[in-house]
Write a protein of this length. Structure first.
Length: 322
């Protein structure tokens, strides 16, 4: 899986006006006179030096949830080079999930043997290597097994080469920091986390500064606004907000091993249909017309309830750090 990000519409922050500033003097020839000194104001994130992140292939990310807004890190690497986060401790803390897993393990341990009398007689006489049926079935099984094994190997190789997301997380929990300073302090601390397995992590811990924690607009997500936006009805739906929410939710559910969220956003689901329709409307053309028709068939209440569940499940695995 490559980076699934799509270009978003960015809005630059406007510099605040100084209420006590004098009106500039007009010049007959040059218009407004240039002041001797220009006070610097907030700059958009795009002006921050991105060389560190581009070189190390790690990005700062900002995520807004109902409980607050925090900073974290995300990278994309081949699946074969990553060790998935260990969710054993996290899942044990969830009594409902732990109970479900115990039931599944009991079901896996049960072995059901169904023995047909005619089939039993055939097996009893099946030691005869000259049996045509035995030779024919055995050869067919061998050929099928070989073909299946080769197909599985090819599929495994492709999966290993696919780039997948990994976040600044630990034991299945996303680490979110309320300030750039606290995030940098953690990076430099040497504390265990899932990004420390990257070959560029040590260099990041040596070079990163709080000023570097300035996520791009396309790496800023407002999950806290999704449910309210969907409740507003089809005409109020913000395609950029909802598409980006789907992208980061997929990344988080994969990296943090949240299969329930992955299922809710999987191909063919109602929320995936919503995502596809929103993308069609955003792309314009005849596809936009068809996308709007598809959107009208999607229930606002169903979509908002589904996303409320997703945001709740993601929020439940967040470890807030000050």
């Amino acid at each position: 899986m490559g980076n699934p990000k799509h270009t978003e519409v960015s809005v630059a922050r406007q510099s605040p006006q100084r209420p006590d500033a004098d009106e500039p003097e007009l010049d007959d020839t040059t218009g407004a006179a240039e002041p001797d000194e220009v006070e610097e104001t907030d700059r958009p994130s795009a002006s921050v030096d991105r060389s560190l992140w581009d070189e190390l292939r790690i990005d700062p990310v900002e995520i807004a949830l109902p409980a607050g807004t925090g900073f974290t890190l995300r990278a994309y690497r081949p699946a074969s080079s990553l060790t998935p986060t260990d969710v054993t401790e996290r899942d044990q803390d969830d009594p409902f999930l732990a109970r479900r897993q115990a039931i599944e393990e009991e079901e896996d341990d049960e072995t059901v043997v169904i023995l047909d009398e005619e089939l039993a007689e055939e097996f009893a006489a099946g030691d005869d290597d000259e049996s045509p049926r035995r030779r024919r079935d055995g050869a067919a099984d061998t050929d099928t097994d070989t073909a299946d094994d080769e197909a599985d190997e090819d599929g495994a190789d492709e999966a290993d080469d696919e780039e997948v997301p990994v976040f600044l997380s630990n034991r299945g929990r996303l680490l979110l920091f309320k300030t750039p300073e606290s995030l940098v302090t953690f990076i430099r601390s040497g504390a265990p986390n899932d990004l420390s397995q990257l070959d560029s992590w040590n260099e990041l811990s040596e070079r990163v500064e709080p000023a570097d924690i300035a996520p791009l607009d396309e790496d800023t997500y407002e999950l806290d606004l999704v449910v309210e936006n969907l409740r507003g009805g089809h005409d109020a739906w913000d395609s950029t907000l909802l598409i980006e929410a789907g992208e980061v939710a997929r990344d988080l559910s994969y990296a943090l091993r949240l299969p329930a969220v992955l299922d809710m956003l999987s191909a063919g689901s109602s929320l995936d249909d919503l995502d596809e329709a929103l993308r069609a409307t955003a792309n314009g053309g005849i596809g936009a017309f068809m996308g709007r028709r598809r959107l009208k068939k999607i229930g606002a209440q169903t979509a908002s309830l589904g996303w409320r569940t997703i945001v709740g499940k993601i929020s439940a695995v967040v470890d807030w750090r000050d």
